[in-house]
Design a protein around this ligand. Sequence first.
Ligand SMILES: [Zn+2]
Length: 325
Amino acid sequence: MNHWPGLWAFRRENASGAAVKNIAERLADVSSHHGPVLATVDGYDVIDCEVCGFRHVDPLFTNEQLKKFYETEFYQSERPDYFERMEADREWWMLRYRHYYELIEAHAPGRRILDIGSGPGYFLDAGRERGWQVLGFEPSRAAADYTRSRGLAVVNDFFCAASAKEHGPFDAISMSMVLEHVRDPIGLIEEARSLLVPGGLLFVASPNDFNPLQMVLWKKMGFQPWWVNPKHHLNYFDTASARSFLLARRFQFLHLETSYPLENFLLAGRNYVGNPALGRECHNERKAFESALFLHDKERMKALAASWAAQGIGREFIIMGKKPA
Ligand SMILES: [Zn+2]
């Protein structure tokens, strides 16, 4: 209940280019993924992959399975109330997004941004109001139409560097709630990197999974690993693996913070797992908490976000890296 998948990106197997070939070769060698099994949910294992350096579902779904799921099922059957909920959360998202842009503007060499998996397009709205030249990539037709109806530029397709190239290069590329959905996050980041100018920024927000508070609830307090949802989430990053992931992709580390630790509610006895009504209530309280601080004491909010991240806790991580000039 805590985050609304702002979506995903998806790579095409038939795209051209040397980097792409390497990615396809790596994917073909599925046996190369190995590591201890951390959890098994709905028959799918999540491994701590020693090859990739982060946790992911094993074996991976095929591209065809993923494409079909996102194109035909995701909004229609899985998230029928997606837009209604996004609209209800809009003010809170805009506070968060303005904060994100402040982080980005402190380092960005220019004002052209690509948002991969732009969902309903609020992040593009926030950029436009600050004078950014914005472009979204969004595979859902409904989400892309909704974005376009406000006069924003969006490509209604899965992201791939080959088709994004004509619109670039970019001073910043963002992806919110994308990395956990894609079959090949390494390939996605490499492709994004190729579209950045020297000194350009990569900005990633994703769930902080297998975090210390979740582990207490799972290993000590009888909870199941509720955050593991193989059909929606293939990859499970945390603050540490996100940071090493960025460094391994040759980005210079700039910033890490996390959002409100939603597990606080569970630790306090308000078990929202499998209880959507209570989940919504907790989500609203979390929004109220963050919004109050963003509005009235932003420096406190930033300090809290940094200190949560320093302990590895917080529901989502926000990380930013720079492509060396
Ligand atoms: Zn792997």
